[in-house]
Design a protein around this ligand. Structure first.
Ligand SMILES: Cc1ncc(C[n+]2csc(CCOP(=O)(O)OP(=O)(O)O)c2C)c(N)n1
Ligand SMILES: [Mg+2]
Length: 653
């Protein structure tokens, strides 16, 4: 960082005019690229990128510890654009900073993540530049944002991960992790509940590696922000335990530098930088008007805006000479240098601490430790059995013991969810002990959802937990995990009216159907303890998307697997648990979760009466759907039309 601060002093205090002009040239290039892309797409938000260009430029150019030639470097600073509608700001930055593409194998490619051609295809089907940034499409997009507040919530998870990784991996003279997380937020983000929960958690955890930059432009889509928003945000964040500072003019690079330095000097509190800005319009007289906000400027206003910036009015997608080079001389050179230093450090570290180095390399490749499934429990047959939340707790503890970077927690229901990690050394994730594996999210389900996404994006195998009914409070984050194709474990217990005496406010009825309807979400509802072990194994190895794990509060029998089929069948989503003699049933009984025992009970009665029945256990619909036709036909023969399904929930689906 010392190097970067040196540069700031040189370019903004002593300053040669030409260097200042180069900064301005870069800022205006970000603005005009954004304007042109939105105009060409005839859709999108040009105003926020125009207003925020200097804020994000100065952060990247002078402070962000980021190597555009190695965008997945584990100790890179993270930049999250929580106001996803300003996506062109991020695409412009990624393009101009020369951020390289990385392929599925993690290999840096010789081409840019966002080419000028991709910018020209903004908001077009199949491009890497959709209306809102999507992390699985473009290298350098750290998380998918669009639903306001989510990125802010993700950033708290990334900061939690940063603290965990530092405590876990750093050794004397080997500071492998000290990255910082910056989230760019707008009025909308600051208004959203998820961000408020996340800010409260971050303040409590004293995440000094976290900085939110609040674009205080005083407009939202419907009009002046004052129509709906009048609280004292700064006081609120002071109350959360944040350090708060303010920049009175988004165009004042010196003040911005001062604010970023202030953040860097605050190690024991997160920082909020409130930046007063004007959302961008074409002509100056329209500044602060909110008409046509969130729309392309229109050709006439585009020209006026360009004139204002001293730009050739008829040039489109222009990147003037010297702009790419200036980024390379700034963020590029600093990032390359820091990254090279880190690589040298890591080489030495690997010699001294081979096991830890191996862990870090596996994290980077999204691999599990070799022994990840060691000692996973198998459960003896037991008619009384145990609740699947109970067996889940045992399996989770074994896995977390084997996987040192498995970190998570509950929204104040850990004792009920049975997700407390209790093995020796598991520990609590507290402000003074960031190595603890149990994160206490408090009664903040939505922030928990957003945070576990951020933790997962930072390499941790993260999990959350609460009652299944409260998944409603997390749905937006879960949907984004599915879109991002990241392997978060969303654990839920108390999954039906079998939950006890709490009544309808606590009874999840439609949630199973709703999550099964969510693309790229695996929903597991295992029927006994051994199925619990099996489905955890599947979920852990499924790295292309999240899993929703749904467990019972009440005890269910542990089935006798010498009598019924092995629980390994659960890996196929559905399997024949018990069959009619000769495999030719007259009726199929299908069930999931705590209702599987009833299908088995009915089967035994029918069998005694000479009726040929089959029991199909179906812990995961999506996995069964993905099997080949022959397997599906073997489990559910189309000739057998007498079918009964049992699930304590709505029948939709
Ligand atoms: C959860 C959610 N609600 C609504 C929207 C639609 N939306 C997109 S931008 C925006 C205005 C937000 O205002 P602000 O954050 O101040 O951004 P600015 O318009 O100043 O760029 C809204 C409501 C959204 N993206 N996400
Ligand atoms: Mg605003």
């Amino acid at each position: 960082m010392a190097g970067s601060m040196q540069r700031v002093t040189e370019s903004h205090a002593g300053v040669t005019v030409s260097e200042k002009n180069l900064d301005q040239l870069c800022i205006n290039t970000i603005r005009t690229l954004s304007i042109d892309a939105v105009q060409q797409a005839n859709s999108g938000h040009p105003g926020a990128p125009m207003g925020l260009a200097p804020v994000v430029f100065s952060l990247w150019q002078y402070f962000l510890n980021y190597d555009p030639a190695a965008p997945l470097w584990p100790n890179r600073d993270r930049f999250v654009l929580s106001e996803g509608h300003a996506s062109m700001l991020l695409y412009s930055m990624l393009h101009l900073a020369g951020v390289k593409d990385v392929n599925d194998k993690g290999e840096v490619q010789n081409e840019l993540s966002i080419t000028l051609d991709q910018i020209k295809r903004f908001r077009q089907l199949g491009s890497r530049t959709p209306g809102h940034p999507e992390s699985h499409l473009a290298t350098g997009v750290e998380t998918t944002t669009g639903p306001l507040g989510q990125g802010a919530g993700n950033s708290v998870g990334m900061a939690i991960a940063g603290k965990f990784l530092a405590t876990h991996f750093n050794r004397e003279n080997f500071k492998l992790f000290d990255y910082r997380v910056y989230a760019q937020c707008g009025d909308g983000d600051i208004m959203e509940g998820v961000a408020a929960e996340a800010a409260s958690l971050a303040g409590h955890l004293q995440l000094g590696n976290l900085c939110w930059i609040y674009d205080h432009n005083r407009v939202t889509l419907d009009g002046p922000a004052s129509w709906s928003f009048s609280e004292d945000v700064m006081t609120r964040f002071v109350g959360y335990g944040w350090h708060v500072t303010r920049v009175a003019d988004a165009n004042d690079l010196l003040q911005l530098s001062r604010a970023y330095k202030e953040f860097l000097a605050h190690d024991d509190q997160p920082t909020l930088i409130v930046v007063d800005s004007h959302i961008g319009y074409g002509s100056p007289h329209k500044q602060d008007s909110y008409e046509a906000h969130g729309e392309p400027l229109g050709e006439a206003e585009v020209k006026l805006a360009k004139k204002n910036y001293g730009w050739p009015e008829d040039a489109h997608f222009l990147v003037p000479d010297g702009v790419y080079q200036h980024f390379q001389d700034g963020v590029g050179a600093r990032g390359a240098q820091e990254h090279a230093k880190w690589n040298a450090l890591f080489a030495e570290y690997s010699q001294k601490f081979p096991e830890l180095a191996d862990q870090l390399e596996r994290i980077q490749r999204c691999e599990l430790p070799a022994n990840w499934a060691k000692d996973l429990p198998t459960f003896p047959a037991d008619p009384k059995g145990m609740a699947t939340r109970e067996s889940s707790g045992k399996v989770l503890n074994t896995l977390a013991k084997n996987i040192p970077w498995m970190v998570g927690g509950s929204a104040d229901l850990a004792k009920s969810n049975k997700t407390n990690l209790t093995f020796e050394g598991a520990g609590e994730f507290f402000p003074v002990n960031y190595e603890g594996r149990n994160v206490h999210f408090g009664v903040r389900e939505h922030a928990m959802g957003a945070a576990v996404n951020g933790m997962c994006l930072s390499g941790l195998r993260s999990f959350s937990a609460t009652f299944f009914n409260f998944s409603d409070y997390m749905r937006a984050s879960m949907r984004l995990a599915a879109l991002m194709e990241i392997p978060v474990l969303f654990i839920f217990t108390h999954d039906s009216i079998g939950l006890g005496e709490d009544g309808p406010t606590h009874q999840p009825v439609e949630q199973l159907a709703a999550f099964r309807a969510m693309p790229n979400m695996l929903v597991f509802r295992p029927g006994d303890a051994n199925e619990v072990t099996e489905i955890y194994k599947v979920a852990l190895q499924h790295t292309e998307g999240p899993s929703t794990l749904v467990f019972s509060r009440q005890a269910v029998p542990t089935l006798d697997r010498t009598k019924y089929a092995p629980a390994a069948g659960a890996a196929k989503g559905a399997y024949v648990l018990a069959d009619a003699d000769g495999g030719r049933p007259d009726v199929i009984l299908m069930a999931t979760g705590s209702e599987l025992q009833w299908a088995v009970g009915a089967y035994e009665k029918l069998k005694a009466e000479g009726i040929k029945a089959r029991v199909v256990s179906m812990p995961c619909w999506e996995l069964f759907d993905a099997q080949d036709a022959a397997y599906k036909e073997s489990v559910l023969p189309s000739s057998v039309t007498a079918r009964v399904s049992i699930e304590m929930a709505c029948t939709l689906g």
